[in-house]
Write a protein that binds this ligand. Structure first.
Ligand code: ATP
Length: 606
């Protein structure tokens, strides 16, 4: 067994011990003790009990032997019952709690780029969904292993003392079973890995059919048929994987479990032992019974070992994944200056400068942003406009250091942003994204977002400023109302525009020096949009605001507008300057204004 396998399994024992010491100790040692008690009960004592009867010892001797075995067995049963019904379930919960907390912590701070890497993403999904099961399984394997080794050593020693030739059958069985089990387990692991991406596809289709988010689209479009086909195609691929990989596994299982276990040990060897007892008559009845029991325990133990030892290897492969996930280091944090060389953030709002910035998403060829340079002046509002897919959102992701630039640099107060502590730097920003999410918790939580000591009055003020005040007034439980009905039958479902107002309230509540709003008014009606613009302008008087919007009626209020096309800034200036320039911005603005006019004419009939 190689060092890595031992190290990985030892890691799980230590991890589990730190979370639940009693459970781990009992789990590891109980089965070894159990094997010793069973040896005493079924191998060692029967010889004395039966020989006492055969050689006419007083009946009281047999009775005392029997009572002794009964007391040990009953006491042992009690200890086992307590362990399996009380200590084990609680221990498993404690270990899972610790492990999941660590995994969720890493998941919430890992780089966004991880989601762009399918191999990492697969492992990540696996770690979240499987780690608790695999940890319990690994500990269970160690439990079985220690118990079985004890069983084989005790019964094997007894067996060898009475019939040493048996060692030949034992070794043949062990070598054959392990050889074939190792191969079979490798194949099982490979099959499991090949199935993961396919299962993810199937899970996606299931999600689409049970999540409320998709319910409307499903009812109004024939997309269900396409999804059924995707599900069917995935099933075909799954069957293909199973067909191509499981055939050798059948032969390996037959050789390991029957040929080298049942046939060699339970067949040939038992016959050999019987000959010693029945033909040569060299053993007492008691020795014969104990010998038969010992043989069964050694053969059973070896069969278990031949499965368990390779299981250690299989667990090791899974533990390796958990370990590497737990050891995950953010690439962005690694690119930051070491803590001792980091610069303190200024106490005032400083200029943010993009200097010849280029950026390509990992795994894509063409740079999306090319040689971008501009400065966000403090306390000013800046609008970024451009066609779909121009790279506006990407620009804000670079700004908040959710990704690092490939070329050029971003400076805050004249210092490269990599020189600041990553989390402290990100804390400068309050942001709302196009694909913002609300959480199935209270409205207050959805605004304060887990910030320590939430201020109720401030939460209400932020909601009112974002235009949510009227809706809030209609809610009987106010900011304690639960959002969605996921965990609360009395929970409230919000409209798209209302949800967007809550997302904006988050930003207002966070009260950061720099505000980033990506399509903040896309779901708002014109009056709400106007009110929100007013509120943000008020808030922004002492902040830097960056917003992206396709509604140029919103962007015209910005101090500075940047128009992006094909990864470059093609126009920049105030609304008036860009209108005077009569370029692409002016064209887009006039087109929208024209639409408004046509709409208005159609409405009023004038
Ligand atoms: N994680 C990613 N990996 C690879 N490509 C991406 C990723 N995220 C976005 N893109 C691509 O980058 C391009 C720009 O996306 P971005 O979201 O920045 O555009 P945008 O200007 O904000 O567009 P919109 O106006 O539609 O919101 C798109 O073509 C998109 O497909």
């Amino acid at each position: 067994m190689n060092k890595q396998i031992l190290s990985n399994n030892w890691f799980i024992v230590r991890y589990s011990f730190r979370a639940a010491p009693l459970y781990t100790l009992m789990t590891c040692l109980l089965m070894a003790a159990h094997a010793a008690v069973q040896f005493f009960e079924f191998v060692y004592m029967p010889k004395f009990m039966i020989d006492a009867i055969q050689y006419n010892k007083p009946f009281s001797v047999v009775l005392w032997y029997t009572l002794f075995v009964f007391s040990v067995a009953s006491l042992w049963l009690l200890v086992n019952t307590i362990h399996y019904n009380v200590i084990m379930p609680r221990g498993k919960v404690a270990v899972n709690k610790r492990l999941q907390k660590e995994i969720y912590d890493i998941a919430s701070r890992m780089d966004l780029a991880c989601y762009d890497n399918p191999a990492f993403y697969n492992d990540f999904v696996w770690a979240i969904s499987e780690s608790d099961k695999r940890t319990a399984a690994a500990l269970d394997t160690i439990r079985v292993l220690l118990g079985t080794v004890t069983q084989v050593i005790l019964s094997g020693a007894f067996l060898i003392a009475l019939n040493w030739e048996g060692i030949f059958f034992v070794m043949l069985s062990l070598a054959g079973s392990m050889f074939f089990n190792l191969r079979r387990n490798k194949k099982t692991f490979e099959l499991d890995l090949a199935m993961k991406p396919l299962q993810r596809k199937r899970d996606y289709v299931s999600r689409v059919f049970y999540l409320a988010d998709y319910a409307k689209e499903l009812r109004l479009n024939p997309i269900a048929g396409r999804l059924h086909r995707l599900y069917g195609e995935t099933n075909v691929q799954i069957n293909r994987e199973i067909d191509s990989r499981t055939k050798p596994m059948v032969a390996q299982e037959f050789a390991a479990d029957f040929l080298f276990s049942t046939f060699v040990v339970n067949g040939l060897y038992i016959l050999y032992i019987m000959r010693k007892i029945m033909v040569e008559a060299v053993l007492s009845y008691g020795s014969a019974v104990s010998l038969v029991n010992a043989t069964r325990r050694v053969s059973g133990g070896l069969l278990t070992l031949s499965r368990t030892i390779p299981q250690l290897q299989q667990n090791s492969l899974y533990i390796e994944k958990i370990r590497s996930f737990l050891a995950y280091q953010s690439e962005l944090a690694a690119q930051s200056a070491p803590a001792s060389e980091q610069q303190p953030l200024p106490s005032y709002i400083a200029p943010l400068e993009f200097k010849n910035v280029s950026f390509t998403y990992p795994g894509t060829g063409e740079p999306l942003l090319k040689n971008i340079s501009f400065t966000l002046e403090p306390n000013k509002s800046v609008a970024i406009v451009g066609y779909n897919g121009a790279g506006k959102t990407t620009l804000t992701k670079l700004l908040m250091r959710l990704y690092d630039v490939n070329q050029g640099e971003i400076l805050y107060n004249g210092v490269n942003i990599k020189q600041y502590d990553l989390m402290a730097y990100r804390d400068l920003f309050g942001a709302t994204f196009q694909d913002y999410e609300l959480f199935a918790t209270s409205l207050a939580d959805n605004v304060s977002m887990g910030m320590p000591t939430p201020q109720r009055e401030e939460i209400i003020r932020a909601l009112e400023n974002s235009g949510f005040g009227e809706k809030l007034a209609s809610m009987a439980r106010g900011i304690d109302t639960t959002i969605t009905k996921e965990f609360d039958d009395q929970g409230t479902l919000l409209s798209g525009g209302e949800a967007q107002k809550v997302a904006i309230a988050r930003v207002l509540y966070k009260n950061c020096p720099i505000i980033v709003l990506d399509e903040p008014s896309s779901a708002l009606d014109p009056i709400s949009e106007y009110n929100m613009n007013e509120a943000i302008l008020k808030e922004a008087s002492n902040k830097t605001v960056v917003f992206i919007s396709h509604r140029l009626s919103t962007t015209r209020m910005a101090d500075m507008i940047y128009m992006i096309e094909e990864g470059r800034i093609i126009e920049q200036g105030s609304h008036k300057e860009l209108m005077d320039l009569n370029g692409k911005y002016a064209y887009m603005f006039n087109l929208q204004a024209e639409r408004y006019r046509i709409h208005e004419t159609a409405q009023t009939g004038t």
